[in-house]
Every structure is written in structure tokens, then in C-alpha cells.
Ligand binder design. Structure first.
Ligand code: FMN
Length: 345
């Protein structure tokens, strides 16, 4: 079965779900252009999720993808939280922030039975996960309405695991990719390799269709991934400047600047490694730090710094997620970009 048959799309192109920088408008535009639009749900409340699902169903007749994180929420750890806030104390002083007034909290929610029940009313054609797959009973629930399940693999072992545990296609996420590493069987960053090294090895290791992701920015890159055995391509960074994305002003400015040439993996913003444009916080405390609380608990302590800095037009404390290849970012409608990306298929 081809990926197009599996997903029900005209094109083998997926707009990557990107929490924090897009909602249903981007997904609707891509699905209407023949690709698979994706809605990132990790940061949505149940009410917001309901509203976005309704907007997707009203906006497109094409299939779309809803994306969830499936991490295990860590227990609160007062000691680690205190150490993290101590590391940030000089910045709180600089911005006149009272650290005692900062609420702690998760910032990102995992996939749960409540969410599965909510989805069953909408029956999205595709459900994708980051950080592995949910528990078997939850996954079975998603499959009851015929949804196809995708998840990211960052190593050959993760791809084999996803195949053995019920994924319908595997996203080979190379190290170039923007945003969180989907890694879930290892925390060792030395295992993370580039897209064109990872893709052919995963294609050889599994029978499932393999979707290439990471650093692919234009029609030539899409064609090259297909030549290496990809059944489709998932692109995130390329869509960040589209008018339908909700990318913030500081993030857009950074993507358009020389600074975008230098990205790094950092755990400072959430507690898990993710790729973003190097900024002040990453230079001064990281990019990787041993002090951050477990994912996703690092976010809360950063939030007021981010807010204050952004209100002054600074991205010093913002997660400026981007892949290593921002050359495909264009300020054009997402439908136009999708068609351009497909022009060599
Ligand atoms: C701003 C941003 C946010 C992201 N958020 C998510 C997310 O919520 N869920 C997810 O599965 N992947 C997320 N990703 C990773 C993408 O799924 C994908 O692996 C990546 O965008 C591909 O590499 P590229 O950015 O070089 O195209 C994000 C990527 C970016 C750039």
C-alpha cells in the first residue's frame, strides 16, 4: 500500500504538527492543497481541542492528522524545581520577576483515555504520536474508528519497536529536525543521526511505509528523500513563516535572520532535547543542562522570562524551534508552499 492510499491524501506530503506555532488554520490549508495537515494537540485543553477539531472538520473534506505526546508525566520534585529556579535567579532579578509568584505546572499533557473518548466523536483519519506510542489499550481505542497511526523513530531500534507495537507508518526523524527529538528508547544524543543516514537504514529494517523528516526544505529535498526509499515526507520548519502559522514575531524575525543558521539541541525549555535557534539562554546555561527538571516541567519557570523578553521584542528566553535547514521558509500561503514542495514528484 502506498502512503497516499494509507493516508487517503493526494500527495505524500505531511505538514508536521508543531505545538506552539500553529493551530487548525495551517492544517486546513495543507489538507485542502492535497497534503496531510496536522494539528498539534500537546498544549491544548479539552475545550480548545474540541473547538479545533470542529474547525478542521468544517474547513476541509480531506483527511487530517491530530498529534499527541505520549510521555509519562514525572512526579513533582521540589528539589529539582528549586535548583532550576536558582539557576534562573539572575534573570529573574534582571527582569524584576518575583520567583515565588511563578506557578509550577506541566505545560504539555500526554495522551489519555479522556482524549481518546473525545477523538472518537470526530474520528480523525490519522493520529500521530511523539515519544513512542500510548499504552496498548489506548492505541486499540484509536484504531476502533480506523485511524492510521504514525510515530517518530530517531533510531533503527525505535523504528522496529514502533512496527512491533502497532504503528501503521514510521516517521524517520533525522537529527536536523526542528522541535523535540522524538527519541523514546534512549536518552543518548550520540545515537541521533542525520535524515539521509537514518532513512535508508530504517527503510531496510521495517516493512511499514517510512516517512522522512528533518532538514527537508524544498522540492529537490523531497525528491531526494523519495529516491532514498521514503514513502512520504514530513516538513515542519518550511511552514513556519506561512501566514496561516501562529509563529510569534520574535520567532519569525529569528528565522529570517542570520541567527537561523545556528541551531542546537537544548533541554532548557522543556526538559527534553529539542532543536532551536541558539539564543541567549542556550548560550549562557546550555544548550544542554543537568539542572532542568524532567520533561515537561522545565517550562513553567521560563514562562515569565519569555513573556517579559518577548514584550520587549527579544527572543532571548523563547524556544525558537527550527530545523537545521531554514532555507525553505517562505512567507507564502501554505497551499502554495505545499504545491511547490510537490513539484518534482
Ligand atoms: C516549531 C516546531 C514544533 C514542533 N512540534 C512538534 C509537535 O508538537 N509534535 C511532533 O510530533 N513534532 C513536532 N515537531 C517536529 C516535527 O514533527 C518534525 O520532526 C520536524 O519539523 C521535521 O524537521 P524540519 O523542521 O527540519 O522540517 C516540531 C517541529 C518544529 C519546527
Amino acid at each position: 500500500m502506498t502512503l497516499r492510499e494509507l493516508l487517503g491524501t493526494e500527495l505524500p506530503l505531511i505538514q508536521a504538527p508543531m505545538a506552539g506555532v500553529q493551530a487548525s488554520a495551517l492544517a486546513v490549508a495543507v489538507s485542502n492543497a492535497g497534503g496531510l495537515g496536522s494539528l498539534p494537540c500537546a498544549m491544548l485543553s479539552p475545550d480548545a481541542l474540541r473547538a479545533e477539531l470542529a474547525a478542521l472538520s468544517a474547513g476541509t473534506r480531506g483527511p487530517f492528522n491530530v498529534n499527541f505526546f505520549c510521555h509519562t508525566p514525572p512526579p513533582a520534585n521540589a528539589q529539582r524545581e528549586a535548583a532550576w529556579r536558582a539557576a534562573l535567579a539572575p534573570y529573574y532579578r534582571e527582569y524584576g520577576i518575583d520567583p515565588d509568584a511563578i506557578p509550577s505546572g506541566p505545560g504539555r499533557a500526554p495522551f489519555t483515555a479522556e482524549v481518546a473518548a473525545l477523538l472518537s466523536g470526530h474520528k480523525p483519519a490519522v493520529v500521530s504520536f511523539h515519544f513512542g506510542l500510548p499504552a496498548a489499550d489506548l492505541l486499540a481505542r484509536v484504531k476502533t474508528w480506523g485511524a492510521k497511526v504514525l510515530s517518530s523513530a530517531t533510531t533503527v531500534e525505535e523504528a522496529r519497536w514502533l512496527e512491533a507495537h502497532g504503528a501503521d507508518a514510521v516517521i524517520a526523524q533525522g537529527a536536523e529536525a526542528g522541535g523535540h527529538r522524538g527519541m523514546f528508547l534512549t536518552g543518548d544524543l550520540t545515537t541521533q543521526v542525520g535524515t539521509f543516514a537514518l532513512l535508508p537504514q530504517i527503510v531496510r529494517a521495517v516493512k511499514l511505509p517510512v516517512i522522512a523528516a528533518g532538514g527537508i526544505a524544498d522540492a529537490n529535498g523531497v525528491a531526494a528523500a523519495m529516491a532514498l526509499g521514503a514513502a512520504g515526507v514530513q516538513l515542519g520548519t518550511a511552514y513556519l513563516l506561512c501566514p496561516e502559522a501562529t509563529t510569534s514575531a520574535v520567532h519569525r524575525a529569528a528565522l529570517k535572520s542570520e541567527a537561523a543558521r545556528h541551531t542546537a539541541l537544548t533541554n532548557l525549555f522543556t526538559g527534553r532535547p529539542a532543536r532551536g535557534i541558539v539564543n541567549r539562554l542556550m548560550k549562557e546555561l546550555g544548550p544542554m543542562s543537568e539542572v532542568t527538571p524532567a520533561f515537561p516541567l522545565a517550562t513553567a519557570a521560563i514562562a515569565p522570562l519569555r513573556g517579559k523578553a518577548e514584550s520587549k521584542g527579544s527572543g532571548d528566553f523563547s524556544p525558537l524551534w527550527s530545523g537545521q535547514n531554514p532555507s525553505g521558509c517562505r512567507e507564502i500561503p501554505a497551499a502554495e508552499l505545499t504545491r511547490a514542495l510537490a513539484s518534482r514528484l
